[in-house]
Design a binder for this molecule. Sequence first.
Ligand code: FAD
Length: 577
Amino acid sequence: MIEHDVVIVGGGLAGSRAAVELARTDPRLRLAIVSKVHPIRSHSVAAQGGIAAALKNVDAHDDWLTHAFDTVKGADYLADQDAVEVLTREAPRVIIDLEHMGVLFSRLDDGRIAQRAFGGHTNRRTCYAADKTGHAILHELVSRLFQYRVSIYEEWYVLRLVIEEGEARGLVMFHIPTGRLEVVRARAILFATGGYGRVFNTTSNDYASTGDGLCLAAMAGLPLQDMEFVQFHPTGLYPVGVLISEAVRGEGAYLVNGLGERFMERYAPSRMELAPRDITSRAIDTEIRAGRGVHGGRYVHLDVRHLGKRRILERIPFAHDEALRHLGIDIVDAPMPVRPTVHYSMGGIPTTIDCRVLSAHDQTVVGFYAAGEAACASVHGANRLGSNSLLECVVFGARAGATIARDLPDRPMPTFDEERYRREADELLGTLLAGNGPLRIDALRTQFQDAMTDHCSLFRDAATLSAWLATIEKLQARYCDIRLDDRGTCFNTELVEALELRSLLTVGEMIVASALSREESRGAHSRTDFPERDDRRFLKHTLAYQTPEGVRIDHRPVNLSLQERDPERFTPQARKY
Ligand SMILES: Cc1cc2nc3c(=O)[nH]c(=O)nc-3n(C[C@H](O)[C@H](O)[C@H](O)COP(=O)(O)OP(=O)(O)OC[C@H]3O[C@@H](n4cnc5c(N)ncnc54)[C@H](O)[C@@H]3O)c2cc1C
């Protein structure tokens, strides 16, 4: 059996930052990162617009408390305020630390880190590296993994989490290039496995964002928190769905409908195109449904022509490339067609502010931690503000590393029945490889993704959700009917897709059941049958558990610690922009 002090599943920003923190704290630790792709290909590399911090380089009056207020208001008051305080207070320090590591942030004329406007943020506080910020940060972090000699298991797929008697003891993984199975034990396990955008048919997420970590946690009997809150980014390039970063609106782009109107005036007059994403996405969808899409179609225009060629190429070169590459449009001369695309998971594996995974309201799982998009420390509540996710990965990645380093001295190497887990994993893979049913993976996946998009999208209602939930259970039963054409063990990507499909079906069911249970509209969750926010019944987090009888829903309270400090700003109130 393979053995490490700490195993981190995920080599994106959160996982890599945690490894760096652990290596800095105690270089003797035997650290490992497991990733189903090379760490540098983790989805973090695609992050574009920037990372928020009240550095005050552009708006001198900015401070962490204003950043915290913007975040809590953006979250429609569902964020845990103690977690938001950690996020926003630590932000300036982590940016300076990244800069010292060598991250090449864009600069002001006087050499300080430049900061731009982003949706829902009162001040210009988003630090950036043109519109390739994730690329700039991840490359520095991953090069540190080599410097600190972290063991990297790249192209290993984790298919089982071993939790026994309330403690995490290990995991089972297989090597995609050879099919070799390995059981791993560790004194601490961190999940930094990213999001689940591929549950839907149109998404800005890469093919690997299939919610595996969430599925494995749920299958181990742990709850998933606030899964009903799925972020749609307002500006996915139509029809492909790839992201046109919020940085484009931060630089001054206009959203225009088929009548030539800057329609955000009707929805968020004080912020216009820089309203938070939930409001902007619903506004675009409403315009399209009302027949005011461009040429009556299913998109509106994002127009940057007034910014001029020099600024476009200097500040948002990636957006320029994407429009040219996918649609042949030069945005210097023509507007881009856009519409909302699934982008981010506000929900995830519930954690404390120290990244310890919760098994219920206030119990934690010994030796198990989560950080980044897979986790729900709840800094984003019902709606995330742009540029707060990279920040979460770096702040809470470092924090997870620090917590694990503190916990390790009291944590012996666990033991468990290795053979049992190896046998069960072997049987699972064997059954998938031998399956002779009538269904192709792609058929089942497409049917599922299309229906998720049709029935659990920007607007929801009870009748549609409950009918769809019953159908998901039937689709899950059909999983045994899939047939793989590739029966080999060498780079069997079909086998990986089959395991990922298991994740999509599990996570999708959690999203729909949670959405059905929340009978109100808050942030990204908009119920046409319950159009108002209802703090009396629903100012609480949803916990969804997978059980043989279907999804069981429970709740936990929202932390409102900043409300005591500043009641005027932090007491939940109607959200207007
Ligand atoms: C196009 C795009 C642009 C964005 N731009 C911004 C931005 O400008 N600012 C911002 O704040 N946020 C942005 N975001 C969001 C942000 O990039 C992500 O939330 C963040 O990078 C997630 O990082 P992570 O470390 O949690 O996960 P990821 O970077 O997604 O890494 C997940 C890791 O888990 C591994 N993994 C998953 N499952 C398994 C398994 N079964 N076995 C082994 N390994 C596994 C993967 O291989 C990968 O290494 C953007 C998102 C998108 C899609």
